[in-house]
Design a protein around this ligand. Structure first.
Ligand code: NAP
Ligand code: FE
Length: 368
């Protein structure tokens, strides 16, 4: 792999304390009418919605709030958001929230500008018109959706599926970790584990390169000690630790953009769809198995990762097992159904070894 790398980051990232207030001039350049896409309450709880309303009132920008986005956002709700944006003749969209509202806001921009795309057509139909400009304001430290060209939606058949490419990047990401301070314990740990999965999975992906692996290493080094403290001591991070988690989630997003995700994400989606397991926790439970494959494929990179994190495999595995407990089991029929469904799972090809659907069946049976 050597030192070859390429880096594409079309998002203008405005980061740091009070980044929204400091950069409020960006909004006037985007237009006079805005649809604000949010979840049920996180935009308000985080303080970001209050801040944006104040700025819009000051700048004379008209806005409507579309707060119908649920966790694991539905294509149908994004379609409705697109219609709402068209109906109010929005010039641009602001997405506020964790990965769910941010991913949804990306899709809203595509649906709004492309009325020929309906229902799940976002996965198959061409984007003919440039999506509405988008500003993203993250309120969790996890997905890195702010900086990725990826939107993970739930199809009308109940399956999670991602859609990606140049139409799914925001114009601006306002990255102020203070909006993550209100996230409760379980979501804080789960989202931090999601970021760690992004860093680690992308690091051993066949698509990773020298620079993306540096982002992965930097992110893992920042995340691990805080994750360890949160799980071992059952405590929330302090504000400085929250700042570190948030920045690390963005660096993992840079790495993810290049390497993509491996089998923990592909398999994790099923646990979320069928058992309502939060995304980060659903992926993290498969991370130890992924690391064992990574060790076979690239032992020196694997050693660098653990050196940077300042831990070893068994300690990491024990930590994940302490947090990732479940109150359900996966039946034999269900495990066989997954084995069949995962015959062509593209995340396997994006993993470091030839781990396949039969190995995935064994892993599911072993864990659940
Ligand atoms: P989320 O689903 O956006 O939010 C989880 C919960 O946390 C919700 O109840 C939410 O409330 C609440 N919450 C969010 N911010 C809060 C805050 N500041 N204070 C209090 N509560 C807050 O969680 P997420 O883990 O960030 O996103 C997960 C989604 O992102 C999944 O659909 C996953 O597949 C996707 N994802 C995308 C990418 C990508 O590259 N685009 C990568 C990984 C994962 P509300 O319901 O009120 O919002
Ligand atoms: Fe993820």
């Amino acid at each position: 792999m050597g030192y070859d790398f390429s880096f594409y980051m079309p998002v203008n990232i405005l980061g740091g304390k009070n980044a929204l207030e400091k950069n409020k001039n960006i909004f006037s350049s985007l237009g006079q009418r805005c649809l604000v896409v949010t979840g049920k309450s996180s935009a308000e709880k985080s303080g970001a919605l209050g801040d944006i309303k104040k700025i819009f009132d000051e700048l004379g920008i008209e806005y409507e709030i579309f707060n119908k986005i649920t966790e694991n956002p539905l294509t149908t709700d994004c379609l409705a958001g697109g219609k709402a944006a068209r109906d109010m003749k929005a010039d641009f969209v602001v997405g506020i929230g964790g990965g769910s509202p941010l991913d949804a806001a990306k899709a809203v921009c595509v649906y709004a500008a492309n009325p020929h795309i309906v229902d799940d057509g976002i996965y198959t139909q061409s984007v003919v018109h440039t999506p509405l400009p988008l500003v993203l304001i993250g309120t969790t430290a996890g997905t890195g959706s702010e900086v990725s060209g990826v939107s993970v939606l739930t199809r009308t058949n109940g399956r999670k599926q991602s859609v990606s490419g140049k139409n799914y990047y925001a114009e601006y990401a306002v990255a102020d970790s203070k909006y993550t301070y209100s996230v409760p314990y379980n979501t804080t740990v789960s989202t931090a584990l999601d970021a760690l999965c992004h860093a680690v999975e992308s690091m051993f992906s066949p698509r990773a390169d020298f620079l993306s692996q540096r982002f992965s290493l930097m992110s893992s080094k920042m995340l691990f000690p805080i994750i360890e403290k949160m799980i071992k001591e059952n405590v929330l991070p302090d504000e400085a630790e929250r700042d570190t988690l948030y920045n690390a989630s963005l660096y993992a997003g840079f790495a993810l953009n290049k390497g993509g995700t491996g089998f923990p994400h592909g398999m994790g989606y099923a646990l979320t769809e069928d058992y309502n397991v939060p995304h980060g926790k659903a992926c993290a439970v498969f991370l130890p198995a992924y690391l064992q494959e990574a060790k076979k494929a690239n032992p020196s990179l694997y050693n660098s990762l653990f050196r940077e994190m300042g831990t070893d495999f068994n300690s990491l595995k024990a930590l994940i097992e302490k947090f990732c407990t479940f109150d359900f089991s996966v039946s034999e029929d269900k495990a066989r159904e997954y084995e069949k469904r995962w015959e062509t799972l593209k995340n396997f090809k994006n993993s470091p070894t030839d781990f396949n659907n039969h190995d995935a069946y064994d892993l599911i049976k072993h864990i659940f």
